[in-house]
Design a protein around this ligand. Structure first.
Ligand SMILES: *Cc1c(COP(=O)(O)O)cnc(C)c1O
Length: 518
């Protein structure tokens, strides 16, 4: 698919080649400019760099990086350092006398080899990260400029981009003009900040100890982590059982809130999920919002994974309920094809951010914001912060909104194809149908007990990974072990996905046969 790193499925290689050269050319140019800036006119290496050497090193490095990214398909899905590798990795990690830069680059490749290829088209465990090469270039640009994105004084250009991206995303999910937000490291940080906002705007002084937070049993664990950091006790987090579709049940929620109020507690926030990590379930946000409104509670929606569907060309209706949220966390480093450390917190009312997070050090007094350009250091936790918005802006600018939406849509198509294919095969059970490109299923031959099936599915998953067929790991749903796939790579064709399911079936029968023999 165009605009995507592993472009073999759609684009001719010549175009890739051209683009690679394009990117290389601009990078060497950029590096030269950055280094010249640091060295001044004296041409004395002020930070130890030798301009020409560095340029030729970069000229070699960039095609190497791009082709490694392009060839990711041929690489192992998981490569984990074993105890026998530790000594060498420790030795490489230890600083010492100066070394040749090319040697150090080789070392960096050796170190990075021990990683899961989260951008592999067949990476389907956790939430994969099929990074667009344009995101990567945008990230490199941001890193090269190293703009201080905390204040208008230091980074007005990038602050305007960040604010514009926030406004654009907020409009996409239907938040009103009062909305605002900030780019953060990811969903965990977004959830933590949102819980602080809910506390500050829905609890009065002295109420923290009796405040109650409502989550479902499928809510991401980062929410509880954030709450504990903020000083809430885990007994203040009330888990509402989910319905058959793993969604938070609004009727049970309302009943729990009433009971807690009668007991003298102070319900103040509900965390709904727009795309749970386990099954891609979408909580009924509109009904939950009604309950929140009735009780004057804050509604936070964890959309770290699923909010991205709002940008899809054909599935944006699934996220319609996001418009009711007081805050939304959203990861661009998941389904928006960005490099890591790119998350977003959106809020319904941007003044809430300032009320909770603005502070003034005396030495910051000259860096005043204006209405158009906020000082982002007042909107979140970080003072010094890099430009996280540039890569998303860059990707969208290069690819265009339409293609970007199609890339998201492709994930839905992959999961639906896998579900359809499994439905045609004997002994397979769909435990949670395709939702937000996530599918949970298990191999359940009739002659096996539940415990044996659990073991069988663990065995199949291990073989799938060992044989590099697909990064499909297991999870537990309602007490049974299931396999889970989250496939969102635009580089994986739908027919390829069907082929993978056939391979999974074949391999499962092999494992089953082996188990039957023993
Ligand atoms: C990934 C995820 C998180 C955590 O986000 P990070 O970016 O990993 O910190 C939170 N909630 C959901 C639903 C997620 O999928």
């Amino acid at each position: 698919m165009r605009g995507y790193i592993n472009r073999t499925t759609v684009s001719p290689p010549s175009q890739t080649q051209q683009q690679t050269e394009h990117i290389e050319f601009y990078f060497v140019l950029l590096a030269r400019q950055c280094i010249e800036l640091q060295m001044g006119s004296s041409q004395q290496p002020s930070l130890g760099e030798h301009l020409d050497d560095l340029c030729s090193t970069l000229q070699c490095l960039l095609p190497q990086l791009l082709s490694r990214a392009h060839d990711v398909k041929a690489q192992p899905l998981f490569k984990v350092a074993q105890p026998s590798d530790y000594a060498r990795l420790r030795q490489l990690s230890t600083p010492g006398p100066p070394s040749d830069i090319n040697q150090v680059i080789d070392d960096a490749f050796a170190i990075a080899d021990f990683r899961a290829r989260m951008s592999h088209p067949r990476a389907m465990a956790f939430i994969p990260s099929p990074v667009s090469p344009y995101a990567w270039v945008g990230d490199m640009l941001a890193s090269a400029f190293n703009t201080f994105a905390g204040s208008r004084l230091q980074g007005s250009g990038s602050s305007i981009v960040e604010k514009t991206m926030i406004d654009w995303l907020a409009a996409k999910v239907g938040l009103p003009d009062t909305a605002g937000g900030i780019f953060v490291s990811g969903g965990s940080m977004g959830n933590l900040l949102a819980m602080a906002l809910a506390r500050d705007h829905r609890l009065s002084r002295g109420q923290q100890a009796s405040g109650v937070i409502y989550v479902s049993e499928q809510t991401h664990h980062s929410v509880s982590k954030g709450l504990r950091i903020l000083g809430f006790h885990s007994s203040q987090i009330h888990h509402i059982p989910s319905d058959d579709g793993f969604r938070l049940d609004p009727a049970r929620l309302a009943a729990a809130i009433r009971a807690d109020r009668e007991a003298g507690l102070v319900p103040f926030v509900v965390v709904a999920s727009c795309g749970t990590t386990n099954t891609g379930a979408i909580d009924p946000m509109t009904e939950i919002a009604k309950v929140c409104k009735r009780h004057g509670m804050w509604l936070h929606v964890d959309g770290a994974y699923g909010a991205s569907a709002a940008l899809s060309a054909t599935h944006s209706h699934l996220t319609a309920g996001l418009c009711h949220a007081d805050s939304i966390s959203w990861d661009a480093h998941k389904w928006l094809f960005q490099t890591y450390n790119c998350g977003i917190l959106l809020v319904r009312d941007r003044t809430t951010l300032l009320e909770s997070f603005a502070s003034q050090g005396d030495y910051l007094r000259d860096a005043l914001a204006d209405d158009e350009v906020p000082n982002f250091w007042d909107c979140g936790l970080e003072l010094t912060r890099g430009d996280r918005a540039m890569r998303l802006w860059f990707t969208l600018r290069v690819i265009g909104e339409k293609r970007f939406g199609e890339m998201i849509d492709h994930g839905f198509a992959l999961a639906e194809a896998a579900e359809e294919e499994l439905g045609r095969l004997r002994d397979w059970e769909i435990v949670s149908p395709a939702s937000m490109a996530i599918l949970a299923f298990r191999f359940a031959p009739g002659d096996k007990t539940d415990a044996e099936r659990d073991e069988l599915n663990v065995g199949i998953s291990k073989r799938l990974v060992a044989e590099n067929v697909a990064g499909v790991l297991t999870t537990k749903l309602r007490g049974v072990v299931v396999m889970r796939m989250c496939a969102i790579s635009p580089a994986l064709g739908v027919d390829e996905m069907r082929g993978i399911v056939q391979q999974v079936d074949k391999l499962a029968r092999g494992v089953y046969g082996d188990a039957g023999d023993s």
